[in-house]
Write a protein that binds this ligand. Structure first.
Ligand SMILES: NC(=O)c1ccc[n+]([C@@H]2O[C@H](COP(=O)([O-])OP(=O)(O)OC[C@H]3O[C@@H](n4cnc5c(N)ncnc54)[C@H](O)[C@@H]3O)[C@@H](O)[C@H]2O)c1
Length: 262
């Protein structure tokens, strides 16, 4: 006979008392995730490269009555990531949740793709995600729990004529890194999952938005017929950060209006 733990069920989406780090937290999706986590009770450390934009994001977290802390960090630099983790440990004594949101997109026809741009995309999207997970993962291993959420993309699942050779490859790498870490770290009670959104209108996708032909190609591929909105991202983010997803690891959740279903 099954017995429900009423307390657990009632608090399945409660993030009260949790400490989260969000890389790329001052970007469009990063800021949305920070606000979502704060609304469900978490204190949030916002990281990125520019202090001024981080401070703006902190104000939005504090608006929801939670603690927000801005710590600059370039995720491609291991020393920066180590320093970030030390500062968070010193201030909060633990790290419950990590979101790796820092990322860039560059689009060129594959045959003309400048190798410097290819390397930059891989460096930020793959190396940056790996370094963030590596150093936060150490803390989570030592404390015996943690929730890591990487941000992938539908472009890691299927190709697209829009010039995504580097971006698509980088997000496919994020997907497999997610599964790899999930299998390695399950024994430490760390879950590692990816959220793979379709298009949101943010500075990262501005180029697509401004190109009517490309915009139509994108929207035609989404059965629900629209781009994602911030609230779509918050639902998935809170789910993976909260106890509701405790037995779920190594998964890639497509927030895509059915795009990858067809
Ligand atoms: N916008 C979309 O439609 C969409 C769709 C699928 C996936 N994504 C992914 O979501 C994530 C966020 O995208 P966004 O649309 O919010 O873009 P954005 O450009 O608004 O935000 C990205 C953030 O990452 C930061 N960043 C870049 N390089 C960094 C580095 N080396 N160190 C630290 N921070 C760095 C940027 O400063 C920025 O704040 C990215 O990983 C992107 O690939 C976005």
């Amino acid at each position: 006979m099954s017995k429900i733990n009423i307390d657990l069920v009632k608090n399945m989406f409660n993030l009260q008392g949790k400490v989260a780090i969000v890389t790329g937290g001052a970007g469009a999706l990063g800021e949305t995730i920070c606000e979502g986590l704060a609304l469900y009770g978490a204190d949030v450390v916002v990281t990125g490269r520019t202090m001024k934009t981080l401070e703006e994001a902190v104000k939005k977290i504090e608006k929801h009555g939670r603690k927000g802390v801005a710590i600059p960090c370039d995720v491609t630099r291991e020393k920066d990531v180590e320093a970030l983790v030390e500062k968070v440990k010193a201030q909060f004594g633990k790290i419950d949740i990590l979101f790796t949101v820092a990322g860039i997109a560059k689009r060129f026809p594959a045959e003309d793709f400048p190798v410097e741009d290819f390397d930059q995309v891989m460096n930020i999207n793959v190396r940056g995600t790996f370094l963030s997970c590596k150093h936060v993962g150490r803390v989570m291993k030592a404390q015996g729990h943690g929730k890591i959420i990487t941000i992938s993309s539908v472009r890691g699942f299927c190709g697209h004529p829009g010039g995504y050779a580097a971006y698509g490859a980088s997000k496919a790498a994020v997907d497999l890194l997610t599964k790899q870490l999930a299998t390695e770290w399950a024994k430490y009670n760390i879950t590692v999952n990816a959220i793979a959104p379709t298009i949101f209108w943010t500075p990262l996708t501005q180029q697509v938005l401004e190109d009517e032909k490309l915009k139509k190609i994108f929207l035609d591929r989404i059965p629900m017929g629209r781009a994602a909105v911030p609230e779509d991202m918050i639902g998935a983010s809170v789910y993976f950060a909260a106890p509701a997803s405790d037995f779920i690891t190594g998964q890639i959740l497509y927030v895509d209006g059915g795009c990858t279903a067809g």
